[in-house]
Design a protein around this ligand. Structure first.
Ligand code: UD1
Ligand code: CA
Length: 453
């Protein structure tokens, strides 16, 4: 039978060092609140439900934490009396009876299911407590794992440690697994007679041992256990997240010429053999199919780029942009809520918004779909194999039929039938010698002014 598991995520800290008007776990990593990354990690570790311990911004944090398919209940920790006290805020959840309790922090967004699963395995193998530790060159501030004869005997907080204990470089990540059948009894025995006067969750190690229980530790990569306390650490976490995901993508067959300049969102999807040139930024909701090419300096969000389509350089795809196979959106073009049909070309300096461009159509340089009248948005529908001359304004709502032509510089306010030519501009006039005349007149005025002075 599979073991049941409750994850208790501690997120009641007041985030003082973030110097922020909102809880730190709401700050995004790769475009998604930190707390959602943590929920994702515990979900992959096979948990049955999540108890979220919240303090400030309780409602926003609970909302940010909710991801599809994971049941979450929030518990308010009113006073912040330490990590042991925080876990007990979820007493009612723990009391429901689980085989495993996983305790983790909401401000450790790089954690993955690997160490969490290893800790659960430790419980399955008979430990009452399994601590997730990490090795570091800079242990200052962390609780130290004290090991004797191969057994974890205690976790000593920095403030309570002797000089000798402070030289230990194996540290407590704060994450741990607890035997769910014993958890409430063990937690209720935690006291607060220590340097900070707090209820230390870490005391569970000695408590469990004193009752004859087994306590072990597993190791996790230091970077995954990095907590976020201030904006500088947030930037370090973001950088690592980006590096890790780019590498995964490249190993899955995506080419990135200068990966360190490509920024991904938590949900960016890029297919095999797609080419991503330098300095490309993906906002949330971007899906790039196999073999698509994203040229340099493009910004893509909420958009779908099909196989063999090309984007940029310097293109912006906004939510609802959908590029069909082999289509092209070139430099200084913006597409929002617009479908670009198969093989259609939007090559230069164009805005396509709330529009459909049919297959094989060519949109000339500087074409603008005028989709907004200051109040309402309207749609422009361009048929297949149409040709829109450069510098045209298509005033929506308007339809351009299949195979129609629009003359350059036109302002199109009425529908254009299929195969028709539409000209919406003043007719050109030629006035022979008139330029020369104007020039002579101007020179004469200038000379008269000079004589007067
Ligand atoms: C804790 C550990 C320490 C470990 C370190 C790793 C204890 C006593 N110490 O120390 O061994 O090396 O984490 O970063 O557990 N929180 C609450 N409510 C509280 C207190 C904390 O929700 O009353 C949450 C915080 O928001 C944070 C986490 O618990 O996410 C850790 O709290 P923090 O005060 O940062 O613990 P440390 O003293 O750093
Ligand atoms: Ca901390």
């Amino acid at each position: 039978m599979e073991r049941t598991c409750l994850a208790v995520i501690l997120a009641a800290g007041d985030s003082t060092r973030m110097k922020s008007s909102k809880s730190k776990v709401l700050h995004p990593v790769a475009g998604r609140p930190m707390i959602a990354h943590v929920v994702e990690a515990v979900a992959s570790a096979g948990i049955s439900s999540v108890a979220l311990v919240v303090g400030r911004d309780a409602e926003e944090v609970a909302k940010a934490a909710s991801i599809d398919g994971v049941g979450i209940e929030s518990y308010l920790q009113k006073d912040r009396l330490g990590t042991g006290h925080a876990v007990l805020a979820a007493r009612d959840a723990i009391a429901k009876g689980y085989d495993d309790i996983l305790v983790t922090y909401g401000d450790v967004p790089l954690q993955t299911d690997g160490p969490l699963k290893a800790a659960r395995q430790g419980l399955a193998d008979g430990s009452d407590i399994v601590v997730i530790g990490f090795h570091t060159d800079r242990p200052t501030g962390y609780g130290r794992l004290l090991v004797k004869d191969g057994e974890l005997i205690a976790i000593r907080e920095e403030k309570d440690a002797t000089d000798a204990e402070r030289t230990v470089t194996w540290c407590n990540s704060g994450l741990m697994a607890i035997n769910g059948r014993k958890a409430l009894d063990l937690l209720s025995r935690i006291g607060n007679s220590n340097a900070k006067g707090e209820f230390y969750l870490t005391d569970l190690v000695e408590i469990a041992r004193s009752l004859g229980g087994r306590v072990t530790a597993v190791d996790a990569p230091e970077i995954e256990m990095t907590g976020c306390n201030n904006r500088a650490e947030l930037a370090v976490i973001e950088r690592f997240w980006q590096e890790r995901r780019r590498r995964e993508m490249m190993l899955a067959g995506v080419t990135m010429i200068a990966p360190e300049t490509v920024f991904l969102s938590y949900d960016t999807i890029i297919g095999q053999d797609a080419l991503i040139e330098p300095n490309v930024v993906f906002g949330p909701g971007a899906v790039i199919d196999s073999g698509a090419v994203i040229h340099a300096f493009s910004h893509i969000e909420g958009a779908h780029v099909s196989e063999g389509a090309t984007v940029g350089p310097f293109a912006r795809l906004r939510p609802g942009a959908d590029l069909a196979n082999g289509s092209k959106v070139g430099n200084f073009c913006e597409v929002k809520n617009g479908r670009i049909g198969e093989g259609a070309k939007v090559n230069h300096l164009t805005y396509i918004g709330d529009a459909v461009v049919g297959a094989g159509s060519n949109i000339g340089a500087g074409t603008i779909t005028c989709n907004y009248d200051g109040v309402n948005k309207s749609e422009t529908v361009i048929g297949e194999n149409a040709f829109i001359g450069s510098n045209s304004s298509l005033v929506a709502p308007v339809k351009i039929g299949d195979g129609a032509y629009v003359g350059s510089g036109s302002v199109i306010t009425a529908d254009v039938p299929a195969d028709a030519l539409a000209l919406g501009r003043a007719r050109q006039e030629i006035k022979p010698e008139r330029a020369k005349l104007l020039r002579e007149r101007a020179l004469a005025i200038k000379a008269a002014k000079k004589a007067k002075a």
